[in-house]
Write a protein that binds this ligand. Sequence first.
Ligand SMILES: Cc1cc2nc3c(=O)[nH]c(=O)nc-3n(C[C@H](O)[C@H](O)[C@H](O)COP(=O)(O)O)c2cc1C
Length: 320
Amino acid sequence: MIRKLRVGNLLLPSNILMAPLAGYTCYPFRMLAYELGAGLCFTEMTSANGLKYQDRANCRLLLTTEKEKIKAVQLLGGDPAVMEHTACGELLKDYHIIDINMGCPVPNVFKSGEGSALMLDLPRAAALIRSCKKSGKIVTVKCRAGVWPDHRIAAEFARMCEAAGADLITIHGRTRSMMYDGRPWYDEIEQAKAAVSIPVIANGGIFSSGQARKVMEDTGADGVMIARYGLENPFIFRDLTGTPCEKTFLQILLEQMSLASRYYDETYTLKYIRSLASYGMKKRPGTKQYKQSLYQSGSLEELEEVIRKIFSNSESIPFT
Ligand SMILES: Cc1cc2nc3c(=O)[nH]c(=O)nc-3n(C[C@H](O)[C@H](O)[C@H](O)COP(=O)(O)O)c2cc1C
């Protein structure tokens, strides 16, 4: 069940993928997930329009080094010409995979016809895939089960993606109207898997190794994508894939801090490490009292001190 996965001309080291997560899946986090056994990691969603105008915030999301062996960027966009320009452009020259975001539920994104709005416009969604394919790179799609409870079209959408040339599709089993809550429609993923020959990855609501295996079994999906739980407990990649790693959560956080501060400024590093530590504190008893000091720490030195306090105390407490 847990195995290597072929996508286009690439063989991914495992079929356990780390989801794109805005605010989190920067270069340091992706390196961590790969180290722990993730088969594929994506940048945070990056606006194709923003890249066209070389907007600094969006360009920073592309940061990578030669140490990241498989590079996958997630693009958000709704205009096939802009997507083609970006996909074929110099900024993405190091990237092997382009993932197109067709699932973002955020109102502004939806209103502008991007993200999950593309599930209401299959011809345009297909045109976006074809535009990105002109780059010669592997093109993948991340979508939802549909937009509303009575608009669940995962199988039809998967067929469209395959016909347009997509190499893999990830389905977040919730509809746009569910945002991030509620039980995903895993049967929609199962139907999509049965409808196409390209790999189908199941996403949504996986918060333990057992759930990951069950979702794969129930849907027949070729792999799973872990999102929020990967922040809370990145060791899930190690546990599922059997990748050796003896590090503690504290060690991981300190390494992340050091790597982030090598590539980003202090403001960004503080924000990233605070958010990551905050996820890591979930379900760790006795850590709540420190939350305020985590957010009050004004320098990396102060933050390190707080993190040491929080995670040395709870190191032996296993994840639930
Ligand atoms: C904070 C946050 C940021 C997210 N950012 C992205 C993103 O940039 N691109 C994307 O396709 N999905 C994004 N998602 C959705 C996740 O990738 C995933 O589909 C969703 O959280 C469901 O998986 P889960 O239930 O395992 O968390 C984000 C979700 C959260 C909570």
